[in-house]
Every structure is written in structure tokens, then in C-alpha cells.
Design a protein around this ligand. Sequence first.
Ligand code: B12
Ligand code: SF4
Length: 471
Amino acid sequence: MPSVLLIRPLCEGEEPEFAEPLGIERLAGYLLAHGVKDVAVFDRRLYAEERRAGITNENAPGFYDDIKTRYAQGAGPEVIGLSLMTSSDVPDARRIISRLRSLWPQAVFCAGGVYVTTSPQEAAQVLPLGVQLIHGEGEASLLAFALHGALQARESEPALTSPNEWAVPYRPYPERYARLGCAVNMQTSRGCSGACTFCATPQLPDALRRWQPRDLELVAQEVQTAAQRLSEQWLLPIFNMVDDDFGPLERLEAFAELLTERQITVAFACEMRLASLASQKDLAVRLHNLKNAGLTRVFFGVESVNPQTLQTWHKPSRPLDELPQVLAAFREAQITVQPGYILWHKGQTLEEARKEVAYLHTLGIYSHRAALSRLIVFDGCALAQGNRDIGGFERMDEDAEQFYRSFSANTADLTHAWTQAAIKEPYVAAQAHLTGDTTQLEQVRETLRSINERSYTAFMGEGNSLEGSGA
Ligand code: B12
Ligand code: SF4
């Protein structure tokens, strides 16, 4: 049986949030469950984050030191796999491949992840020769690659396991992620039935794109086991369901029921669609029950409050009518909403942006993040086809461009402060839910509230200047 090393490289530029590398952890779990005995997971971002947070310093063993120590006995790994989510991961992946090739020339390399899946041609061009690219979910292909040292045949459709066959992720360092305020990530479904043109998912092959749930019994079991392991290490059981779409509200309720029945005490967040929440009867009461079962946060994409913009992105605008009621129900149930928003995009005017921002403020969901949110055209999405702005921002008209640039520059300090607080908030809210101590949460929320207000004033204010505001 070969020895397999799985790596997440650094991401070039600013990383918006730090989270555990579920992709390689799940692949490692799958290999271990299928007879590969020697599997290691190394996350280079974890080292960088620990350094940034002051947990380690330059004297502590680094990423390469720990890898070398891991393989000090024996011949080193035979298979090395790198995980790439976006093109920002490419430069470091190249550096790692070059360094590890010089250490272990006999090792075979492969790369996978959303970037490789949605941008296969670009990935083939930018990654070094001889690195085998594995598209789609990597479980079956990586196992075959590890066993045979090469892919058997290039299949047009990626090899797929059913969501019910996904392995329990192998998480060697839960305490290190928890110390950095990361929840335990879990996936409870595959795909999404949406068709948004700025998103990579609708472009995936049908088998990956179609929404397919994982059996909730398996999800609850996985949560229970992970929660047990965390509590043995005195860590709080905080989870983040990273689906594109957790699914209908009823599925969330069924999951909550399983948690309650089995007396699993956790705090968790999930991602779903606004359409699944709009037009629901007794939403506030139902959300309140979900809160009691541990739901502390829901992400859904609003993206725009301008129906015309939504139409150009192939996103249904009907649920927008219900947005105020949905938000009110969440407020009543004291569950945080994280609304996805894209304010700046091709065709956006300054006047319309101000109108949207004013409406977001009225709804109580204006945030500094929303004010700066700008469409990025990723290679994998429909908008990228024939678009010259791939991998970057779409160009806007001069007024909007000018405003965006000066607002970003004038609020750089606010952006920094906002990001620090916003990154903390989900974990702190989950902590407060589990411990009952809301002191830290109140502080973080107050910081965010005050930054958002100052940001709003700056956005709407004449001259767009923050002078004298102390930012
Ligand atoms: C959770 C999440 C985040 C989290 C955590 C990300 C993290 N660092 O782990 C946060 C909020 C931080 C985040 C940030 C961003 N994200 Co994000 N994120 C997701 C989400 C919802 C789930 C990711 C996940 O954990 N999936 C579950 C695991 C098991 O899947 P996986 O990692 O893809 O791994 C499987 C395969 O890809 C493959 N695989 C992975 N690695 C490897 C390695 C080898 C060797 C092999 C063989 C196979 C393989 O096998 C794995 C198991 O089947 C996805 C949506 C999605 N459907 O994936 C978007 C998604 C990946 N994110 C996306 C984007 C755009 C971003 C941001 C750029 C957003 C922004 N504008 O700031 C940043 C970039 C961050 C960065 N540079 O890493 C896009 C990527 C689009 C693209 N590349 O075309 C996605 C697809 C959303 C979308 N539908 O458009 N994200
Ligand atoms: S943006 Fe969200 S709703 Fe739209 S297709 Fe992507 S995952 Fe689905």
C-alpha cells in the first residue's frame, strides 16, 4: 500500500476567511477507510494562520520541517496530492511541488479541487508537467491513482461515489483549528438546483451539479462522533455545514429533530437558498425550534435587491418580495443571517448602488462587506465564457469605478477592523449559544454595528470622505 501525502497550499493574496481543508480531510478519511494505511494531511495555511495569530513564531517548526519529520523514517511519500480551490492557490502549489520533487524525486504528484474541476485547461497550463489532474470529487480517482500510480483512463465524467459513501473525514488537528476559531466543516449534500451565472456549480457536469442529499442519519452520526471527540479534548462542538444548499427547510427541521432525539448538543451553521425560506408558514416559530436545536447562523444569497440585475444573473427574483418577512423571522428567532451580496458589477451605476445600499440599511442587513462586494469572474462560471475579465473584476462605468476605488481606499482601516470582527462573530455566537455567556458576542456585535454605521454614513455621505471619523 502506498504512502499518501495530501496538502493544501497557501492562497495568494488576502484570504477572506480561514477554514479547515475539508476536501483533503475527507479524501484522507476515504483512503484510510479503503485500506491505504499511511495517509498524512498537511495544511500550509494552518501554519500561516498560527503565525499570524501569534500562536507560533519563527522558531517553531514550520510546514516543511513537520513534513520532513513525518517522513524522517523511510523513503518518503509515494503519492503527493495538492488541493486547489481557486487560481490563487496555484503559485504556492507550484512552489511546494518543486520543493518536494527535489526531496523525493520518486514521488508521483496529482492535483484536484474546485479549481482543477472547473478550469481544467488553465490548470493543465499553469501546473508543472507530470502533475496528474483529477477532476470532480476525488475519492474514487485518488484511491485508484494511489493504488496504481497513474490514472487508468481519462473518463469524460468524473468517477463518483454517492454522498452516502463519503467517508468520515480524517482530522488530525482539530484543536489547532478550534484555537483559531474554526468550526468543524461538514458536507451534507452535493450540488444545487440554481443557475446563477456568477457561480461555478451550475457549470459542473450534471452528476456533480444535481442536488443530492446525504442521508441525515449518517450526518447526525458523523456530528455525534465528531462532537464526542471534541468534548474529549475540551473543545466546543461547533459545526459548519458547507453545502451549496442544505436543502428545503423541512430537511433542516428533520436534522434538528435527529439532534434533539439523540440529545446531541451542538451549535451549527448552514447555507441554504432564500427561495427555501420564502413563503413558509410560521417561519419565526420554526426557526425558533431550529435555534433550540443549535442552529445559530444561516447563509443565503440575496446577491441583489434589483430584480433586473438578478434576472441577468439567472437568479429568481420572486423570493425578494419575502425578504423583509424572512429577515424579521430570523431576528425574532435570534439566528444570525449572513446574506450574500454583490453590489458592484458591470452595468451597476452609482445611483442604483446608493439605492440598493439604502434599502439594505432599511432591512438591517447593510454591512461594510456588502458595500465593498464586487463580482469576481471565476473561470468556472458561465459569466467567464467569452469574458475578458476572467479571474478578476468586471469593469464598470467610470463613475462607479471611481467611487468604488475611493470608497475602498478611504475605508481601508474600517475594512481591516470589520474583517477582524466579522471573522470572529460566527464562532463567538456559537460559543455563546453553547455556554450561555454572551459577553464576548455582545462586544463583537457592537463593534460590527458601529463599523457598519460608519461605513454607511461614508457610503451615503456627500464627498465620500471619512475624515474626522477616526477610521
Ligand atoms: C466552505 C467554502 C468556503 C469557505 C472555506 C473554504 C476553505 N478554505 O476550505 C470560505 C468561506 C472561507 C470560502 C472562501 C472562498 N470561496 Co468558497 N466555498 C466553500 C464551499 C461552500 C464548500 C467547500 C467545501 O468544503 N466543500 C466540501 C469538500 C469536501 O469539497 P472540495 O474541497 O471541493 O473537495 C472535493 C473535490 O474538490 C476533490 N478535491 C479537493 N482537493 C483535492 C485534492 C486532490 C489531490 C484530489 C485528487 C481531489 C481533490 O475531492 C474532494 C472530495 O470529494 C464551496 C462550494 C462547493 N460546492 O464546493 C465554495 C467555493 C469552493 N468557493 C468559491 C469561492 C469563489 C470562494 C472565494 C474566492 C470567495 C471570495 N470571493 O472571497 C473564497 C476563496 C478562499 C480560498 N482562497 O480558499 C467557489 C470556487 C469557484 C471556482 N473556483 O470556480 C465555490 C465553488 C463556490 C461557488 N459555487 O462558486 N469558501
Ligand atoms: S450561487 Fe448559490 S444558489 Fe446560485 S447556483 Fe451557486 S450555489 Fe446555487
